[in-house]
Design a protein. Structure first.
Length: 571
C-alpha cells in the first residue's frame, strides 16, 4: 500500500458497498481501522476511510453496523466521527429503526454462550473465559480442575489464541458499557419480552444489565429493582416482576430523594458494584439563573483548566472540538456532543487563557457558557433550556462538571509558587466556592463508606473536609488552594506517594513537614536526621524515634477533599 494507489483502494472500497456479505464488512472495517487508528501509515488518505465508512453503512449487516459502532467508540477525529454518525443513521433508516434501536440489535456475543462462557480448546490446553464482575476472567483446565495459572507445557500459540479471545470479550464489554450508559440520556422503554431478549439474556449485555436498576411498570403498578434469578432485588427485599410490564432504565433524577437514598444505602450495604455510576449519579436541576438567561448556562463559566488534559477528556467522553493554538480560529473552542435521539447538540465554549505566554502550545483555557442547538441547524441557533429534555440536560452538565472537577488548576497545590500569576485569585477563591454536584455526591458516598472502616471512630466528615484524628495531631484534608503554612493541615493528593513528605525525627513533633529536620526546641539550630533515621544528632538518646505505630500516612486514609475531587480509601 502507498499513497500512489490510494485511489485504486478507494474505488475497491466503494465497489464493496454492493457486496452484502460479512467478509466484505470485515475487510472494510479492517482497512478503516488501520488508516484511522494508525496515522503513521504512509498511504494514509482521507478518501479511503470515508469510502469504507460509506460502504459499511450501505451494507448495513449486523457485522457492518458493529464495525461502525466500534469505530464510533475509538475514532477521535471530528470529521470521521461525523461520517460514521451519518452512516449509522443511514443504516438505521433503511431498517426502520432509530440509531439506538439498531445498536442494541447488533451487539456481538464475542463467542460467549448463554451461560456467559467461552471455551477454547487448543492443541495443548483448554481454556475457559467467563465474565465476572464486569471483566473477562480466564481459567485453564488442569488435572485438579479449573485454575487461573497457565499449565506447564502449554504451547505459545494456544496462549496467544486465548489472549486474543479474552481481548475480544473485553472490547465487547467496554463497547456495551458505553452504549448502556448513553441510554441514561434517552427516553426509551421496552416490552418485558423484548427487554429480556435484548438485554437480560444476551451474554455480554446481560452481564452488565443484571447489575443496573430498572423500572418495571404497568398502568396500575410500578416496581424498581435489580434483576435476579427469582425476580427483582429491591431495598425492601425480593419482589416479582409485574407481568406484561414495560421496562426503562432507572435514573435518580426521576425518583424522590428518599428512593435515591434507599438505593445508595442498599448498594453500600450489599457491596454490589454497578457497571457504571447510576445510583450515585449526579443530578443537575436548572437553577434560577439559568431559567432567567433562558438559552444558556453559566453554571461552569469562569474556571481555569489545564487545556491539554481537558482536550483529552473531551475525546474520552465523546465530545468533538477544535484544537486551541496559534492559528486561525485557534483562540475560541466549541466542544460539542450530539444527542441523536433528541436531535440536539450541546456546545461548551472555552477560550485560551494564556494567549500572552511564549509557549507554542496552549496550557490553560477558560470556560464559558453551555448552550444547546438543533443538530440539523447549521446556524447553531440556541434552543431555550426549558425545551431541552431533562435527561439531555443532566448528562451534559455532568460531563461539563467532570471537565472542571478533574482539570481545574485549583487542584495544583504548587500553583501559588509560580510567582506573578494572573489566575492566583481564582486559585485561592476556588476553595471557598460552594460544592459542585459531583463533589456533593462524593461526600455522600464517603458518609456511607467511612463508618465501615476500622478507624471510623477517628474520622469526622464535615461539610467540606475530612478530619483524621491521629495519635499526636488532627489532620484535615483540604483543597490545594486552601493550604496554609500556619495551621496543622495537610493537603494530600492521590498522585502523591505515601513517603513524598518525610516525617520529622522527634516523637514530640511527629507530623508531616516539608523538611526532614528536627523541630524539637532542644535542637537548635535544626539539623538533619542521622543516617540511621532513629534520632537527631543533637537530640539525646531518649529522643530516639519510637518503633513504628499505627498512623495515618499519605493518601491511603485522608486523601479526600470534596472541593478538590479525589477519594482514596485504605486497601
Amino acid at each position: 500500500m502507498s499513497a500512489a494507489n490510494a485511489d485504486v483502494l478507494r474505488a475497491a472500497c466503494w465497489a464493496a458497498s454492493a457486496v452484502t456479505t460479512d467478509w466484505a464488512a470485515t475487510a472494510l472495517a479492517t482497512i478503516a481501522s488501520r488508516v484511522l487508528l494508525d496515522f503513521s501509515d504512509i498511504w494514509f488518505s482521507a478518501r479511503v476511510p470515508n469510502a469504507c465508512i460509506y460502504s459499511l453503512g450501505e451494507i448495513a449487516l449486523p457485522a457492518a453496523v458493529t464495525s461502525l459502532l466500534d469505530l464510533q467508540r475509538t475514532v477521535r477525529h471530528a470529521g470521521f466521527r461525523k461520517q460514521i454518525d451519518a452512516a449509522l443513521a443511514s443504516a438505521a433508516r433503511r431498517a426502520g429503526l432509530s440509531p439506538s434501536q439498531l445498536a442494541e440489535r447488533v451487539v456481538p456475543d464475542a463467542g460467549l454462550t448463554a451461560s456467559r462462557q467461552r471455551v477454547i480448546a487448543g492443541a495443548s490446553a483448554t481454556a475457559r473465559i467467563a465474565i465476572g464482575d464486569g471483566q473477562p476472567q480466564t481459567e485453564w483446565l488442569t488435572p485438579a480442575g479449573w485454575a487461573g495459572q497457565i499449565p506447564a507445557g502449554t504451547d505459545g500459540q494456544d496462549v496467544k489464541l486465548v489472549k486474543l479471545a479474552a481481548k475480544e470479550v473485553r472490547n465487547a464489554i467496554v463497547s456495551e458499557r458505553v452504549r448502556l450508559e448513553g441510554l441514561l440520556a434517552i427516553e426509551r422503554s421496552w416490552s418485558l419480552a423484548g427487554w429480556r431478549r435484548l438485554y437480560l439474556e444476551h451474554p455480554v449485555t446481560g452481564s452488565l444489565a443484571s447489575g443496573l436498576i430498572w423500572v418495571f411498570g404497568t398502568e396500575t403498578v410500578s416496581v424498581t429493582g435489580i434483576p435476579s434469578r427469582d425476580g427483582l432485588e429491591t431495598p425492601a427485599g425480593e419482589q416479582d416482576i409485574p407481568a406484561a410490564s414495560h421496562v426503562r432504565l432507572w435514573h435518580p433524577a426521576r425518583s424522590g430523594t428518599a428512593d435515591v437514598a434507599a438505593w445508595r444505602d442498599y448498594l453500600v450495604a450489599s457491596g454490589r458494584r454497578q457497571p457504571f455510576t447510576q445510583a450515585f449519579r449526579e443530578v443537575y436541576l436548572p437553577t434560577p439563573a439559568e431559567l432567567e438567561t433562558r438559552t444558556y448556562s453559566n453554571r461552569f463559566a469562569g474556571h481555569i483548566l489545564r487545556y491539554q488534559q481537558t482536550f483529552a477528556l473531551f475525546k474520552e467522553r465523546g465530545w468533538t472540538t477544535n484544537y486551541l493554538g496559534r492559528h486561525d480560529s485557534g483562540y475560541e473552542g466549541r466542544a460539542r456532543r450530539d444527542f441523536p435521539e433528541a436531535g440536539l447538540t450541546a456546545i461548551f465554549d472555552h477560550y485560551q487563557a494564556d494567549a500572552d505566554s511564549d509557549s507554542r502550545t496552549v496550557e490553560l483555557c477558560s470556560t464559558d457558557r453551555v448552550t444547546f442547538c438543533r443538530t440539523s441547524d447549521r446556524r447553531r441557533t440556541p434552543v431555550a433550556l426549558d425545551e431541552v429534555p431533562d435527561l439531555v440536560f443532566f448528562e451534559t452538565m455532568r460531563d461539563v462538571d467532570l471537565f472542571v472537577a478533574v482539570t481545574s488548576i485549583a487542584l495544583d497545590p504548587q500553583w501559588a509558587d509560580r510567582g506573578d500569576n494572573p489566575h492566583l485569585d481564582y486559585w485561592h477563591g476556588s476553595s471557598l466556592n460552594e460544592l459542585s454536584q459531583s463533589a456533593a455526591v462524593r461526600r455522600d458516598a464517603l458518609a456511607r463508606l467511612l463508618p465501615k472502616l476500622t478507624i471510623a471512630p477517628q474520622l469526622e466528615l464535615t461539610d467540606r473536609h475530612l478530619l483524621v484524628r491521629g495519635l499526636l495531631n488532627t489532620y484535615k484534608s483540604i483543597s490545594a488552594a486552601a493550604a496554609s503554612s500556619s495551621s496543622r493541615m495537610t493537603a494530600i493528593s492521590a498522585s502523591s506517594p505515601p513517603e513524598a513528605t518525610p516525617r520529622s525525627c522527634c516523637p514530640s513533633t511527629m507530623i508531616k513537614s516539608s523538611a526532614s529536620s528536627c523541630r524539637k526546641p532542644s535542637c537548635s539550630p535544626p539539623t538533619t536526621r542521622s543516617p540511621t533515621g532513629r534520632s537527631c544528632r543533637n537530640c539525646p538518646p531518649g529522643n530516639a524515634r519510637p518503633p513504628p505505630r499505627p498512623s495515618f500516612r499519605g493518601s491511603r486514609v485522608c486523601g479526600f477533599s470534596p472541593a478538590a475531587g479525589s477519594v482514596n480509601f485504605p486497601r
